[in-house]
Ligand binder design. Structure first.
Ligand SMILES: [Zn+2]
Length: 285
């Protein structure tokens, strides 16, 4: 039986980094996949050729549509918020197309308003499942933490039966972070925050095998062209290849290793070993 899964994200490119394999697998199995982004990613680091603010946001939303095509997603929706920035300090953005001429950042908007907007999509789609983010918001970007809270509330408002929170298995990268910290390769506050990022293995419910869908996942990553090069404001000459570009171009054997699994915590399900591979397991009972 085909189900409808709404996948909620903070910025265009998060869907590719965190959930692309799972979404491609669901679409390939005949389920309806809907992507929702809270923000247009207008504060993201990008090549200046893409502009900034609303102009960059337009590019990034177009890239999200390209990513959706690569994954087989049926629809893309934007909740209409501006990117709050890495430190959450971005001001609301003047925008003649926004109601009142100003576009609120995601973190300035009340959780309840955003949850109502997401719940409207869930109801329209008669969604069987929602994916959002675990409680740390990954590495703690304020928009990602917000996705967690808004996702929980929206699922409650719409009565969506299944809520899955996307994450990464912290036990996979924790040893590398500890070594880097001991060798003083990372600033102390960064290594401390990485030690708390994502989810320890004992709290996970799902580890999804997406190795058969890496072609779609890597195409989704590379769809985010504005994010494949970035300019660091503090070091404008250090124009490097960014995460999405590196992951999108990994040769297949390495991609199987690095991109071949995705992790979730299902709300209300006791964590346990072995981890489930089927994110819709709870709907099939
Ligand atoms: Zn993001």
């Amino acid at each position: 039986m085909p189900f409808t899964v709404v996948s909620f994200h903070a910025h265009p490119d998060d869907e590719a980094l965190l959930t692309a394999g799972t979404l491609a697998r669901l679409a390939a199995e005949g389920h309806r996949v809907v992507l929702v982004t809270a923000t247009d990613g207008g504060a993201g680091l990008a090549d200046p050729a893409y502009g900034a603010g609303s102009r960059l946001g337009e590019h990034r939303l177009a890239e999200l549509h390209a990513s959706a095509r690569a994954l087989g997603a049926a629809r893309v929706a934007w909740l209409g918020y501006a990117d709050s920035g890495l430190d959450g300090a971005e001001p609301d953005r003047p925008d003649p197309e926004a109601p009142g001429g100003t576009r609120s950042t995601f973190t300035h908007a009340p959780i309840e308003d955003a949850a109502r907007a997401l719940a409207a999509v869930l109801r329209e789609e008669s969604a069987d499942a929602l994916t959002s983010y675990e409680r740390h918001g990954g590495y703690g970007h304020p928009d990602h933490v917000r996705v967690h809270h808004v996702g929980r509330r929206a699922a409650e408002l719409a009565g969506t039966p299944l809520l899955l929170e996307a994450t990464v298995d912290r036990d996979l990268f924790a040893p590398a972070i500890r070594i880097a910290a001991r060798l003083h390769l990372l600033p102390r506050d960064l290594s401390a925050s990485m030690a708390r990022a994502y989810t320890p293995r004992r709290e996970l419910t799902h580890r999804v095998d997406v190795r058969a869908h890496l072609r779609a996942k890597q195409a989704a990553l590379l769809a985010h062209a504005s994010q494949t090069t970035g300019v660091d404001a503090a070091a404008p000459d250090a124009r490097g290849r960014r995460t999405v570009a590196v992951l999108g171009r990994l040769p297949r054997p390495l991609a199987r290793l690095v991109l071949g699994r995705e992790w979730f915590v299902e709300a209300g399900r006791a964590p346990g070993w072995p981890l489930l591979d089927d994110i819709l397991a709870s709907l099939r009972r």
